[in-house]
Design a protein around this ligand. Structure first.
Ligand code: ADP
Ligand code: MG
Length: 244
């Protein structure tokens, strides 16, 4: 098998006295879709935030295609252009149009000329079904549409890896489907995705692998059909029982 796209080895992270990640080893291969599941507070967001360098780590190694990205000498902006991230809160810039939200990084970080950034931005918006909203401001869009724009923005740098942190948790229930459908399309198109989610049915359907995190350690992982149907660990059973 080829070298992993992402490899986490012995990752540790504490906030004060509280050790939130307690030795995480995880590999993700290109085109893999991995769902991180676990109770609130188990460390899912912290794990994702360490991968895109929003949190420093106390110990361990984070490799993106073999590059040690947690090295303090790493240019974090460069790495973040290789890793697209979408959060629970869409964090669109309210004073920028949809197209400007999508093209901001391309124009300012990567110095892509305006016209080229715009045509690429429109392509991305088309991909998420929102080209017709390009000139609107975010507050004119529904939560589901805003989240789809946030996904388009995350894809703008053509990242090697997409991190999704409970991206449907802040949405009204009737808006969840359109966002999950988009993620499913990306997954089927071969995008490599590491996503924290509480959408168990979706994880079961779309993820190639499910990773169950509890108290900052990976308790169990495997294909969704195995982990959901026949969890091996007591803690996984107890967690999954809540969704039945
Ligand atoms: P999850 O995403 O699985 O709900 P988090 O990674 O957000 O879990 O949080 C794991 C633990 O780390 C929680 O106990 C949380 O309170 C703590 N934590 C997260 N971020 C910080 C922070 N910046 N400062 C202090 N504690 C934090
Ligand atoms: Mg979280």
């Amino acid at each position: 098998m080829s070298a992993p796209l992402l490899r986490l080895t012995g990752l540790r992270k504490s906030f004060g006295e509280h050790e939130v990640l307690r030795g995480i080893d995880l590999e993700l291969h290109a085109h893999e879709v991995v769902a991180l599941i676990g109770a609130s507070g188990s460390g899912k967001s912290t794990l994702l935030r360490t991968v895109n360098l929003l949190e420093t780590i106390d110990d361990g190694v984070i490799e993106l295609r073999g590059d040690d990205i947690a090295d303090p000498r790493t240019d974090a902006d460069r790495i973040r252009s290789r890793i697209g991230t979408v959060f629970q809160q869409f964090n669109l810039f309210p004073h920028l149009s949809v197209i400007d939200n999508v093209t901001l990084a391309a124009r300012h970080v990567h110095r892509v000329p305006r016209a080229r950034a715009k045509s690429r931005g429109l392509e991305l918006l088309d991909r998420v079904g929102l080209a017709h909203k390009a000139d609107d401001f975010p507050d004119r869009l529904s939560g589901g549409q805003q989240q789809r724009v946030a996904i388009a923005r995350a894809l703008a740098t053509e990242p090697e890896l997409l991190l999704l942190d409970e991206i449907t948790s802040a949405l009204d229930p009737e808006l969840v489907g359109e966002v999950l459908d988009l993620v499913r399309t990306l997954a089927e198109g071969g995008t490599t995705i590491l996503m924290a989610t509480h959408e168990m049915a979706f994880a079961r359907d779309v993820a190639h692998r499910v990773v169950f995190l509890d108290g900052g350690v990976i308790v169990e992982q495997g294909p969704p059909a195995e982990v959901f149907a026949a969890p091996r660990e007591e803690r996984t059973c107890a967690f999954l029982a809540r969704f039945l």
